[in-house]
Structures are given as C-alpha cells and as structure tokens.
Design a protein around this ligand. Sequence first.
Ligand code: ADP
Ligand code: MG
Length: 428
Amino acid sequence: MVENIVVGRDKPDMDKYGEVGTAFLGKHIVGKGEDAHLTNPVLMDVTRPHVMLVCGKRGTGKSYSAGIISEEIAVLPPEIRENIAVVMFDTMGIYWSMKHPNERDKDILKEWGLKPSALDAKLFVPKGYVQEYEQAGIAYDSTFNLVCSDLSAQDWVLTFGFSFVDEYGTTIERVMKKLKKKGNYSLQDIIAAIEGDEKTEKRVRDSLVNRFSAAESWGIFDREGTKIEDLVKPGTVSILDISHYIQVSSSWSVRSMLVGLLSRKIYHARSLARKAEELEVMTGETRKTMPMVWIMIDEAHQFLPTDGKTAATEPLLTLVKQGREPGISLLFITQRPNKLHEDALAQSDIILAHRLTSEADLTALRGIMQTYMLDDIQEYINTLPRKKGTAIILDDNSERIYPIQCRPRKSWHAGGSPIAIKDMGILG
Ligand SMILES: Nc1ncnc2c1ncn2[C@@H]1O[C@H](COP(=O)(O)OP(=O)(O)O)[C@@H](O)[C@H]1O
Ligand SMILES: [Mg+2]
C-alpha cells in the first residue's frame, strides 16, 4: 500500500485526527530527470492556522496551486468545512473561472482519478465595475464596498504615497481628526473639509482635493460596507476581484488599501469569534461565531514588501505575527520571495516552491530553512522535472522536503499565458 505523506500536521494531531481535514496537493516525485515518477499522495493540513508561502517564477503554477487548496477546502467533510472560510484577494482577476469545471483537462484529470467540477465560489466585484462584468458575460455573486470613515488618516497617507511629516500628510491628519468627531463621513465630506481648511496653502489643498476626487472613481466607497460575515462564510471560497485600478496611477496602493482594511476587519471579527468560542467551551451555550479563515494573496510582495510600507503592511504583519490565535491562515503567493517582508518569510511553516532561479530568491528561501536544510534547495529545484506544477514542498513541522507534482485542477484556471502560435493559425 502506498502511504500518504502529510505536511503541516504535528504528531499529536496526526495521532488524533489522522488524515482527516487535509488537502490533497499532488504526488511525491521520486527519481530524477527521465527516471522521475510519481508515487505517494501528498496531503497538507488545512485545519490549523498556517502561514504558507507559494513561490516560483512566472508561469510555474503558483496561482494554479493556490486554487488547488481552495478546491480542497471546499470539499472537506461538511462538519470540518463549516469551520473554515477562504478569502482570495485576486489581484490578477483570474479566479472567477473557478466557478466553471475544467473540461479542458478532462483527460489529465482522469489519469489522476479526478473529474472536472466547478467550485461553488462567491465572486465579489467592486461596485463601480459591475458593468464590465456584465459586458464580459461574467456572472458575479455580490459587490463589495468600503465605508470611507473606516479608513484612518494613515491609510490615506500611505495610499496616496505622502509622508506623515509633509504638508499633505499633516493636512490629512488634521482634517480627519475633525471628521472623526462627526462619526460616519463620506469622501465628499473629506473634500469639503479640505477645501475649508484655511490653515493649508491653496496649492496643497487643490492637490489633495484632486486625489480624493479621484478616489471616487475607484468605485468602492459607499454608505455601507460589505459585511465581513458575508465575505467570510462557512465552507465558502470568496473571491475578491481587486484586479482593477490599472488605469489608476497608483494601482497597487489602492489594492493595498483594500487588502489592509479588509484584513484588519477579518482579524477583528475573528478575535471576537475566538472569545465566543472559548465561552462556548466554558459554558456549553452555543454562540454565534465565524469560521476560521484562510486568506490568500497573489503578488504578495506588492502588499507586504521588504522595503517600504503600504496600507496593507501593518494589518498583514499583525496577521503574520498574531493570526494563529484567532485562527487565521495566510497564503502568500509571490514570484519574488526575496521582495516579501522578512517576517512573512520567517513565519512561513509550509513552503511550496516552484522553479526559481534568481540567486537572491533562493537565498531568501535558504534563510528560512537553514536550520534543517542539509542539501541545497537549488539542487532540489534543479532536479525537478521541467513540467508545469512541479515544486518542492518544505514542511517546517517534519523538517522535511519533498519534490511534488501538484495535481491538475478540477475547476477552470484562467491564468495561463495565451499562445501566440495558435492565434497565427500555425497549430491549425
Ligand atoms: N499542477 C499543474 N498541472 C497542470 N498544469 C499546471 C499545473 N500548474 C500550472 N499548470 C499550468 O501552468 C500555467 C501557469 O500557471 P499559473 O499558476 O497561472 O502560473 P503563475 O506561477 O505565473 O501563477 C497554467 O495555466 C496551467 O496551464
Ligand atoms: Mg499567477
């Protein structure tokens, strides 16, 4: 009998739960080059909080692999599934296709004993962009929006790329302080307050008004924000398409603001839920609670970079350092591990590394695993068969490394690069 390999689960949990609540990622690759063949299934714990890093060069299968984990969480036994929710920050606008079965790879799936199947995910799109989806014929489930007054002066300063000590930053702080007293306020209120702020030079006021007016075109602010309970739903994969704002000069800042604010809200809601859960255990009374969350972020180095600070930096660092307690798992996807904040790297306990060649990135990985790395990571990566979806998985728990072939996806993956040859008719 072929035994399964389980990563991310410690011995006590293994003894108690066995393989229940794990995700089937792929198969262990044994042998090198021509002789390489697939052996034991590789499973990964998804029931405890983790910080997972998925890295690799462009087109090696990172986004695809994150999709596998979402698919797996969605098919856990109902009694486990209802305690877990997935929130995917879709920076590339590719995950909507998961709502469709992967008919394209029917044959490969069959080889793996799997069948195409659609994921019952919930697609959230920014309110201001619904028309684009309707025109493209993409069905979405809900819109998402933020309440302007949930953002702090700091959020705005970081989003606009000002400094806390320049005249822009200080004006924003002063104006927001006044508005905070008012309670709920809108973008228009901020603009009016800036216009009426006599202490500030006109030049600065005009520039700020410009920025805040531009924020209206992002199409994400409203009187009421998306409720966290709608986003974080038991057994549900919520996909937030934040791929827009390309036309906005600082598109990553807008996305960072979104990721930052929602991460903060999820952390807060889960911290409260954790207390309710403790009380439930103590008193035996059932209380309304919220499932544990897996937050997945593509292009994570844009939100939590090594150098500099974004509006998502602090909220994400809080999750990295303190997310275990409220039961929040993070899955960071990046092609540049070297550019991802060192705390995120250091806290990663499961690493799925697809092909990587840059010395700086390999060094970053080595840095995390040095305590038990005997062989060189590069060796492992170099001997991977040159196929899509091959990777090494580093498990901090067992302190082991496995070369694996990730399984094919059951739901459609829209992230592949287009093939120009086909368009030219060469492939007929
Ligand atoms: N496990 C896999 N099995 C089969 N094909 C895969 C696998 N992983 C990736 N691929 C293929 O590679 C392409 C690129 O993967 P993707 O995840 O979009 O790359 P990136 O690393 O840039 O996020 C996919 O469109 C898919 O065709
Ligand atoms: Mg990708």
